[in-house]
Structure formats: structure tokens, C-alpha cells
Design a protein around this ligand. Structure first.
Ligand code: GP9
Ligand code: MN
Length: 430
């Protein structure tokens, strides 16, 4: 009930770290693109297979002077995979320990999500995805998050051979999305969800532009091919942004939603990384995904802070000049100076610059060696971190399970009425 909210609010207040003032408002009024890089892991960045970069376009963006890149950014998803990533990015709440909150609570709950906040700032908000509208209950959840538009499969011209796996092939999807983006009143917030680089990483012959890897693990070896295809699709999209001039007026955010290669494929991963084997520690470090913010005029660089998906929304809010002080959010501005660097995984494990927890074992993050809990000083630190993570996760769960945001509306936030939105093709034509 409403009293549960008090413990959440106390926790949020105690742990609150304001956004980095040097970045406050530097993207104010800009268009925002959030580009979802399906299943793309950080190890693909600068990775070479047979002397060729797999993702040359993203590598260039990663090293660009106008890109803030992160090389210790972790995904934090649970069973909800893509849906958990979307939820964290749009609300700074964790996905649930089981199932996908977008499915179980997306329709019924009250949310304070990015689209609704930006709507208040005069933004047009739109999500784009080449799968059916109902997947992960997006059609209902997006209405509750305040998206003005949701362009799903029925908005696209889908010919034979245009689809693979869960939806339209990324190049065709992004090409056709352009016609809608061009019509959005500016400034806009546009989320584009790619899908071709998705398990089991199948791709039609004519789009294969790099050899498969040779680990012999059939679900791993196609990964470089679909990752390359995704990379080319991004390249075409960036060219289009340049041609339209949108590259000058937009902030472009890229993120990998979760691992592409699960821990069932350690032997193959060891081979790809040139390691003898993949330990539990290695597997935890392997959960890094790309996160990059690209904008004309931005002073870029590679930031090594330990961060995760939960931290994206507070970061974007600060860049856009919005304070998150009144909001119930579990993340912290990625760029904040004195931030806590404990990255919680959904199962209660965590990574910090010092320690990595996997199950009941703790490792030194620097060396990968197991840490002995027999030293009482170390034990105290580890217990404290473990408690902190489980408290954070369970408070976030209580927000979603108790639908607690219905009891509290931040000032400046206008409640969302989902009946304001209808994601029908006919209403866009009109
Ligand atoms: C389908 C897609 C896939 O619409 O976004 O979700 P995932 O399987 O990655 O969770
Ligand atoms: Mn996904």
C-alpha cells in the first residue's frame, strides 16, 4: 500500500546523487534517437575476425571525438530480456525477478517514463520496431509510458524476404522508418529497436559479408555475421541522418540490450577471446554491452566507470536539462562524479571496480582471483555490498508489484492517460 512507498522514497533520498552539472542541459531541445542494438555485446567493439573488424561503423562511432563511450557498461536484464532493458532505460526501475514486467504490469501499472516526461517538454515521442505490435505487450505498455506513436510491423511495407527471425531486417526497417521520422514534429524522442542480430543469428546469403567464426558452435558462429549486418544498417542510418541534417540537431544514444551469447557457450567464447576457459568471473565480465552518446559538439572519450542500464534515464534527463530529484529512479547519472559504482545483476550478483560476485563466490574485479571472506574487514565490505544490491532490487520490485507510483506524482509530471493514444495506421495517414 501507500506506506510501502515511504521506505522506497527514503532509500532513494539517501542514495541520491545529482547529475553532473557540467553536462546539465547540454542536449536541451535536441532531437533524441535511442538506438537499440539487439543482443550486441561490448566484446564486438574493435573485435577482429580474420583480420577484419566485425563492426567498423560502430567502432568509428565508439572512438569518435563527439562520442561519450563506456567500456564498463553492463546489461542488467532478467527473463524479460529486451523488455527488461526497455523498462530500465525508460523508467530506471529494474525488471522483475521472474517474467517480464512489461507483460505482467505494463498495462495495469502507473509509470513515470521518459516519453511522458519529454511530452511535457514539447517533444513528440515515437517507438519503432519491425515486429508485431503486441510482442512483449509493447502496444499497451507504450501507451502507459506516454508514447505518442508506435510504428510496428503493420506500418511497414513487408515483402517476401524482408523478414528474418522476429521481424523486419534492420536495413529495410531503418530505411522505411525514415519516412515516419521525417514527419515527426521536432524536437522528437525516437526509439528504434533493431532485431536481426538475435539468436539464433541466421542471415540470408546475400547479406553475409563476413565469414562465420569457426568454433563449431552453431549458435555462436553466425553472431559475427548478424552483428556485421546490424553495423551496416547503422552505417546506412547514420548516412541518412547526415543527408537530412538531423545529425546536427540530434543526440544519438546507442545501447546493447543484453548478451547475445549465453553462458551455455563458454567453450566457444573462450575460443573467440583467445582464452583457455571462461570462468564464472569471466562470464560476469562478459555481460558488458555497448553504450554510447553521440552528439555534434560533445566532448567525447571513453569512460571507464562501472555502470548499467538502470543509469541511462537519469543521465539522459540531466543532458536534457531535467532534474530527476523528485522521481523514483534506481539509477544515477553515468557522468556524475561521486557515484556509487555497484552494478547489480538481476539475480543479486554484482560487479564493482573492486569486487565481482557470482553466486556465493566473490572475485577481485582486477585480477579475477577469488577473494577470501575469512578476513573480517573484507567480509564486512562484501556483506554490505550484497545487502545493498538485494535491498535495491527488492525495493524496485515493490514499486512494480505494489504499483506504488500510483500513490505519488512528481511535480512537473503530468499523469498519462493511455486513451490519448491509438497506434493505428489509419490515424497516422489522417
Ligand atoms: C522481438 C524482440 C526480441 O520483438 O524485441 O526480444 P528478446 O527475445 O531479445 O527479448
Ligand atoms: Mn533483445
Amino acid at each position: 500500500d501507500a506506506s510501502d512507498l515511504t521506505s522506497v522514497q527514503n532509500y532513494i533520498k539517501e542514495n541520491y546523487v545529482p547529475g553532473n552539472p557540467e553536462y546539465t542541459g547540454i542536449a536541451k531541445g535536441k532531437n533524441v534517437f535511442v538506438i537499440h542494438l539487439e543482443s550486441l555485446q561490448q566484446f564486438m567493439i574493435d573485435f577482429k575476425w580474420q583480420d577484419e573488424e566485425v563492426t567498423p561503423v560502430l567502432n568509428k562511432i565508439y572512438h569518435n571525438n563527439n562520442t561519450l563511450s563506456f567500456d564498463n557498461f553492463f546489461h542488467q536484464v532478467g527473463q524479460g530480456k529486451t523488455a527488461d532493458a526497455e523498462l530500465m532505460l525508460e523508467t530506471s526501475l529494474f525488471g522483475l525477478p521472474e517474467g517480464a514486467a512489461m507483460v505482467t504490469a505494463g498495462t495495469s501499472n502507473t509509470w513515470q517514463a521518459a516519453p511522458a516526461m519529454l511530452d511535457e517538454q514539447g517533444y513528440t515521442t515515437a517507438a519503432f520496431h519491425g515486429d508485431v505490435a503486441s510482442f512483449w505487450n509493447r502496444d499497451n505498455t507504450y501507451k502507459k509510458w506516454g508514447y505518442d506513436y508506435y510504428f510496428s510491423k503493420s506500418f511497414y511495407d513487408v515483402k517476401k524476404g524482408y523478414e528474418i527471425g522476429y521481424g523486419m531486417k534492420d536495413k529495410i526497417f531503418l530505411q522505411q522508418s525514415a519516412q515516419y521520422i521525417e514527419q515527426l514534429p521536432q524536437p522528437f524522442y525516437a526509439k528504434l529497436i533493431t532485431v536481426t542480430n538475435h539468436y539464433p543469428y541466421g542471415l540470408d546469403k546475400k547479406n553475409q559479408t563476413i565469414e562465420k567464426t569457426d568454433t563449431g558452435d552453431s549458435t555462436v558462429d553466425g553472431y559475427v555475421q548478424t552483428a556485421r549486418y546490424l553495423d551496416q544498417a547503422i552505417g546506412e542510418f547514420m548516412d541518412w541522418l547526415k543527408a537530412t541534417g538531423l545529425d546536427k540537431t540530434s543526440m544519438i544514444v546507442f545501447y546493447g540490450d543484453h548478451y547475445g551469447i549465453s553462458s551455455n557457450h563458454r567453450k566457444a567464447v573462450a575460443q573467440l577471446l583467445g582464452k583457455e576457459k571462461i570462468t564464472d568471473y569471466d562470464n560476469a565480465q562478459f555481460q558488458k554491452v555497448p553504450f554510447m552518446i553521440h552528439m555534434a559538439g560533445l566532448t567525447g572519450g571513453i569512460n571507464h566507470t562501472y555502470v548499467g542500464e538502470i543509469d541511462v534515464l537519469p543521465t539522459l534527463m540531466n543532458l536534457l536539462g531535467l532534474s530527476n530529484k523528485d522521481y523514483i529512479q534506481f539509477g544515477t547519472d553515468l557522468l556524475a562524479d561521486k557515484r556509487d559504482q555497484t552494478v547489480a545483476f538481476r539475480n543479486g550478483d554484482f560487479v564493482t571496480p573492486e569486487y565481482t560476485k557470482v553466486g556465493s563466490t566473490y572475485y577481485s574485479t582486477k585480477t579475477g582471483e577469488a577473494v577470501k571472506k575469512s578476513d573480517p574487514k573484507i567480509k564486512e565490505v562484501l556483506d554490505q555490498l550484497t545487502n545493498h544490491v538485494s535491498t535495491e532490487l527488492s525495493l524496485s520490485d515493490s514499486v512494480i508489484n505494489g504499483d506504488l507510483l500510483r500513490f505519488y506524482t512528481p511535480k512537473d509530471f503530468k499523469k498519462v492517460d493511455p486513451s490519448d493514444f491509438s497506434y493505428k495506421y489509419s490515424t497516422v495517414l489522417a
